[in-house]
Design a protein around this ligand. Structure first.
Ligand SMILES: NC(=O)c1ccc[n+]([C@@H]2O[C@H](COP(=O)([O-])OP(=O)(O)OC[C@H]3O[C@@H](n4cnc5c(N)ncnc54)[C@H](OP(=O)(O)O)[C@@H]3O)[C@@H](O)[C@H]2O)c1
Length: 257
């Protein structure tokens, strides 16, 4: 249950091995009030071990427990099952939708690879958002944190399928926020730029590259302020205000495609 200061008591991370998802959960643990973090993913032992290494060793009460549940985004009904499993001992107060894949050049050229990526980043993420909202509406409260990306704000050729998946997810979440107005359920859209994580390991960093802990700090501040969208780092909001409006020939040149 969310405490009197608004801190979530139980957090579920869908894509529980995600560097960014884990950093967000660890940040709330550090801020205090979290009783349980439930990591939902395909590799329970690895997820829990990595979270233990990441979490603050001196968190407020030192009592946040870590549990794992199965979650494979490609399986039908996966989000509903993970949310139900995480809720077995009481309400989940905050759900982070973090599972995602960046893909390779193949995902932009081969139809079956493109649909595979869209199935994880868009179809399963939309399913997760809807299942989380259903749960939160039934329990009367809850916060969703959804990992979108600046890559969806203006999609470039080299990231066509990934960018399209995030554009779709971002647009869907924007529309859901209209439906949720006044319902006691909050949805925060997170738009990070390049983040040093397992997903980007070995890739040349983009301008304004950041790290999972910094994204988590931006998310925590946005949740506290009750904001609908957070850019990470915040300067990207202004950078993309320009990039989104560039004429196509200039965009192609600056985006490298
Ligand atoms: N890193 C960036 O630059 C960046 C920027 C903007 C937005 N984002 C978004 O932020 C989110 C988290 O990314 P990250 O940087 O933390 O990357 P990450 O560490 O690679 O995390 C991605 C997670 O997604 C999980 N996943 C992939 N396919 C799955 C499936 N079928 N079922 C369940 N889980 C699955 C992976 O699990 P396994 O370990 O089992 O593969 C992994 O734990 C993603 O949605 C990403 O698109 C990232």
């Amino acid at each position: 249950m969310t405490n009197s200061l608004g801190a979530p008591g139980r957090i579920l991370v869908l894509g529980g091995g995600s560097d960014i998802g884990q950093a967000i959960a660890a940040r709330f643990v550090e801020d205090g009030g979290v009783q349980q973090v439930v990591l939902a993913g395909r590799r329970p032992g690895d997820m829990a071990e990595r979270f233990d290494a990441r979490r603050p060793q001196d968190d407020a009460a030192g009592t946040a427990q870590v549990a794992t549940v199965d979650y494979d985004a490609t399986q039908p009904g996966a989000a509903a099952k993970a949310i139900a499993a995480a809720s077995a001992d009481g309400d989940v107060d905050l759900i982070v939708v973090a599972a995602g894949v960046l893909g390779t050049d193949e995902h932009n050229r081969l139809a079956h690879r493109a649909t595979e990526l869209l199935g994880i980043n868009l179809v399963a993420a939309v399913e997760a958002v809807m299942e989380a909202i259903d749960r939160f509406e039934a329990q009367g409260h809850g916060r969703l944190v959804v990992l979108s990306s600046v890559a969806g704000l203006r999609v470039r050729g080299g990231l066509a399928t990934y960018g399209a998946s995030k554009a779709g997810l971002d647009a869907f979440c924007r529309a859901m926020q209209q439906r949720l107005a006044g319902a006691g359920v909050d949805l925060l859209i997170v738009r990070p730029g390049f983040v040093h994580s397992a997903m980007t390991d070995g890739l040349p960093p983009a301008p304004f590259a950041t790290d999972p802990a910094s994204v988590a700090a931006d998310v925590a501040a946005a949740v506290a302020a009750g904001r609908a969208v957070v850019w990470s780092p915040p300067v990207l909001r202004w950078v993309f205000a320009i990039l989104r409006n560039l004429p196509e020939p200039i965009w192609r040149r600056v985006s490298g495609r």
